[in-house]
Design a protein around this ligand. Structure first.
Ligand code: NAD
Length: 380
């Protein structure tokens, strides 16, 4: 069973009304994952959809009466009762749309990467701050129960001193790639530098960089990456290796690829410590489930770590965001956290080592920027 937070109550103990969501960009991730997650969520309801393509709008379920579907952003923004917006367009449009939504006072949960560059992302963070609205990057993998359990284990010292994190996050993305569920609307913007901001690195590495910082509870500071164009027939990178070092000295080694056949192991997260090594298989990605084991240094024993196999990271994410909007309590990841990760990505795209120094982000990267929803719930 999925563990959902109980609905908040009002002063007279009536359940608070659900948060009314809208979605801008109704393609693959919105249609297959986030619209269903909002519909299933304990504290939210879908009120409006916006997309430039009528066919994309029509493909989103459920077909409830009262769900507005529009190709006009202005009409979307004026939907009566709209309280929060999830943005899932190609990366090139995140900044302009988020700034328009923030100017209308709407909280925004925007897909990763927050933008194509840190400069674009800084404009989004500034707009949210100027209009005093919430802005967050949709890093759903933070909300995967295996990752939340792993963070607890790391923070409790079960792995001893953590020395390194190794992540392999890869897939097969040829120029004509499309999601299995595509209904003829998908254009492969992922392989366009203009639309995506890059290739495999900018698409896949945000998850690994964010997850590492969230698991460790501290920022990555030094980073270098080597991109490759090896197999696929397009102008952006189809693979990359990134190495980074955290504030306390943990090393990250992270491979991303669009040139890895889907039949191979391609969603692997490993955290190595002096007391135990954690291995999470098939927990990164869009789906619940996967496995988590600990190998103990003392005797080589391999221990299965139990976690909720059914809980959707996307559902947990929209519930956490809705809870922050409804209660006014801070979402546990401040905007400076996302901006720091965008600076890491910008630096990784350059061919020499960079330190993403405090001061380049909107605020100094600090452990408090990398706490988790789980911690927030425990504290509340
Ligand atoms: N967190 C994850 O696991 C995950 C998975 C997939 C995609 N994503 C991210 O989600 C975003 C969307 O990816 P996708 O695969 O769903 O893309 P997609 O191409 O399937 O869907 C994008 C939709 O946005 C619409 N669109 C484009 N410009 C628009 C505009 N100006 N206004 C309104 N609608 C517009 C398109 O018509 C299309 O229907 C990307 O930023 C991507 O990186 C995240």
């Amino acid at each position: 069973m999925s563990a959902t937070p109980p609905p908040p109550t009002t002063a007279n103990q009536e359940p608070a009304p659900p948060l009314h969501w809208g979605i801008v960009g109704c393609g693959w991730v919105a249609r297959d994952y986030v619209a269903p997650a909002i519909a299933a969520s304990a504290n939210g309801r879908l009120l409006a959809l916006c997309d430039l393509d009528e066919r994309a709008l029509a493909a989103v379920q459920p077909h409830e009466a009262g769900l507005r579907r529009t190709t006009s952003l202005d009409e979307f923004i004026q939907t009566p009762g709209l309280q929060a917006v999830y943005v899932a367009t190609p990366n090139a449009h995140h900044a302009r749309l988020t700034q328009a939504l923030a100017a209308a006072g709407l909280p925004v949960l925007c897909e990763k990467p927050l933008a194509r560059t840190a400069t674009e992302a800084a404009g989004m963070v500034a707009a949210a701050a100027a209009h005093r609205t919430l802005l967050a990057t949709a890093f759903d993998q933070r909300f995967h129960p295996a990752h939340q359990r792993l963070r607890e284990l790391i923070q409790a010292g079960a792995l001893g001193t953590v020395t390194c994190v190794r992540i392999h996050y890869a897939c097969w993305t040829p120029a004509d790639w499309r999601p299995d569920s595509d209904q003829g609307t998908y254009q492969n913007w992922r392989v366009s530098a203009e639309e995506a901001g890059g290739g495999a690195l900018i698409d896949l590495a945000p998850h690994g960089l964010d997850l590492t910082q969230t698991l460790l509870g501290e920022p990555l500071l030094d980073i270098v990456a080597l991109p490759q164009r090896r197999v696929q027939n397009y102008a952006v990178d189809d693979g990359a290796v990134l190495i980074a070092r955290s504030a306390s000295g943990v090393l990250l080694s992270h491979t991303v690829a669009y040139n890895c056949p889907d039949a191979f192991p391609r969603r692997t997260l490993e955290v190595i410590g002096t007391r135990a090594r954690a291995l999470a298989l098939n927990t990164m990605g869009q789906t619940p489930g996967g496995s988590l084991t600990l190998t103990h240094a003392a005797d080589g024993r391999v221990e299965e770590v139990a976690f909720d196999q059914e809980a959707s990271p996307f559902q947990r994410q929209v519930e956490a965001f809705a809870e922050a909007v409804r209660t006014g309590r801070p979402f546990p990841f401040p905007a400076a956290n996302y901006l720091h990760t965008m600076h890491l990505l910008d630096s990784a795209a350059r061919p020499q080592a960079h330190r993403v120094a405090p001061g380049r982000a909107a605020a100094e990267p600090s452990p408090a920027m990398f706490n988790t929803y789980l911690d927030d719930r425990k504290a509340s």
